[in-house]
Design a protein around this ligand. Structure first.
Ligand code: CTP
Length: 491
């Protein structure tokens, strides 16, 4: 097969000529070739891996000279690789190598090798496909391990015996699951068995790399399948015990609860259809994470998971820390969604009162839309009528949200009366009473007793102060004014 027509980027010819001048050979290999055969490739690819029979660093320098521009070149002497950046395209050069590994390390012993040695050392046959950049056979596909057939048959398998490929570099077990998930491929039976067999070897991989692969699985179209494969291979129990513990169904007196692991994966796949937001997807994965720890069978009621949303929110920092996920506002966002994930559902089951919706808007703030998306994804009943009823109720909640927001501007709530206003009005220093009055005003607004406006809030402040035995010191012009101060939402 010749693919010259797909190598439209100038750099491929330039690399071929530079290799020829250096009396060597160069090939493009790996993800670029795989994606080109799958998707037809793009005119300005992002990542190109080039393998050279000789020094990758020396060829990278020659290519940079030939391009004749001052392009950034990063040399990694220890790895014998060099990275050239041409606009948005990163080209990595590496010398063809033969690798052998020791049991206790991912760091290989490396020696120079042929193109075939280099293809052999790669993770999967679909990543070991190479295309010649040399003038005598420019564009020829070099495929000693059936990678092209495996692409067509949608199979993930290794060039070498899979056990040695995974034992050499156990990260590849996760990469295999990631590719199977992203591409919708099957992992070939021996390859899958080898992952099962070598699963404990994942222990030599750093948490950062594991989480990086998990995040890549999370960003695919159907991440749930990735977690099923992690479970099937025994990796899930090792790298994500909290999720593993959600598996299974228990029965007491003929009553079953649903399998929370499978339910979670369904919610994750549901939400993946609605959003690319990685952290919203993480919230879906973790929303019921405390169910195993709160599970109880209560006579006359059945299975309950009381407070799992609060305990779940509490578990998030520990999970994020252990997984080396960011401990910043992303974590707080996931925590907040986990904690609030039952609120809209409860709302949609009862009659939807204004004050309950106002409180939801207040608590969820700018993440309200994401919370609603999570809750809709959480409806996984097989009974179509139940699903329909829930979705209809959610629609009512959404309409109420719009209506109340127009009226009350509760989102990003700013108190219409500040602590300073209260201190001045009653001539008191910062004290508990100030907080009590502020809280009473907020509650009155959320309950719909007064609108979110300065004038009525001021009147409520006077009443609350009076009931605390305070006397007015300084009447505010605003408070007595004839014209009502505009509410934020009226502006
Ligand atoms: N590779 C490998 N083993 C690894 C990592 C990478 O054999 N643990 C090889 C594969 O041939 C792979 C190539 O190095 O195709 C480039 O790796 P990388 O850039 O990480 O992945 P891509 O295959 O390019 O895929 P993507 O960019 O989509 O992750």
């Amino acid at each position: 097969m010749n693919l010259r027509d797909h190598l439209s980027h100038e750099v491929f010819r330039i690399i071929g000529l530079a290799a020829e001048q250096a009396q060597t050979e160069a090939y493009v290999i790996g993800g670029f070739v795989r994606d080109l055969l799958l998707e037809g490739g793009s005119a300005s690819p992002k990542d190109i891996d080039v393998v050279v029979l000789g020094s990758g660093i020396a060829l990278a320098e020659k290519v940079r000279q030939a391009i004749g521009r001052d392009l950034p070149l990063t040399v990694f002497k220890n790895f014998g690789t060099a990275m050239l950046k041409w606009d948005d395209t990163e080209i990595e050069f590496v010398g063809a190598r033969k690798e052998s590994y020791r049991r206790d390390s991912r760091k290989p012993l490396v020696e120079d090798g042929t193109l075939e040695d280099d293809q052999n050392r790669r993770d999967f046959t679909i990543n070991a496909l190479a295309i010649s950049l040399n003038s005598e056979n420019f564009g020829d596909l070099i495929d000693p391990f059936g990678g092209l057939r495996h692409l067509k048959e949608k199979i993930i398998t290794t060039p070498l015996e899979p056990g040695s490929t995974f034992s050499d570099d156990p990260l590849r077990m996760l990469r295999g699951i990631r590719f199977a998930t992203r591409l919708g491929f099957q992992i070939e039976a021996h390859t899958l068995a080898a992952i099962q067999e070598h699963r404990e070897r994942i222990g030599i991989i750093s948490q950062e790399r594991i989480s990086d692969e998990l995040n890549k699985i999370m960003t695919t179209g159907q991440p749930g399948r990735g977690f099923l494969l992690l479970d099937e291979t025994g990796l899930l129990e090792i790298i994500f015990p909290e999720l593993y513990r959600m598996k299974g169904v228990e029965e007491v007196d003929g009553q079953f609860h649903k399998d929370n692991f499978l339910h979670t994966l369904k919610v994750l796949d549901n939400i993946a259809k609605e959003t690319d937001n990685l952290w919203l997807r993480w919230a879906a994965l973790l929303h019921d994470i405390a169910k195993p720890r709160t599970k109880k069978f209560e006579a006359g009621i059945g299975w309950t998971f009381h407070g799992h949303e609060f305990l779940g929110a509490k578990m998030i920092p520990g999970i994020f820390r252990k997984m080396k996920l960011p401990l910043n506002e992303k974590m707080k966002y996931v925590q907040k969604l986990v904690q609030l994930h039952l609120r809209p559902i409860v709302l949609s089951q009862d009659t939807v009162t204004d004050s309950a919706v106002r409180r939801l808007i207040f608590d969820a703030g700018e993440d309200l839309e994401d919370l609603m998306t999570l809750c809709e994804a959480d409806i996984t009943s097989k009974n179509e009528r139940t699903v329909k009823r829930h979705l209809q109720n959610f629609q009512i909640v959404r309409e109420k949200i719009v209506e109340l927001e127009e009226r009350d501007s509760i989102r990003n709530f700013q108190p219409p009366i500040s602590g300073d206003d209260i201190q001045k009005a009653f001539g008191i220093p910062p004290s508990k009473a100030v907080g009590v009055i502020k809280e009473a005003i907020k509650e009155a607004i959320l309950d719909g007793e007064i609108p979110n406006q300065h004038e009525p809030a001021y009147r409520r402040m006077l009443e609350e102060g009076k009931s605390l035995g305070l006397t007015i010191q300084q009447e505010s012009g605003d408070g007595r004014g004839e014209a009502e101060a505009p509410a934020a939402g009226d502006r």
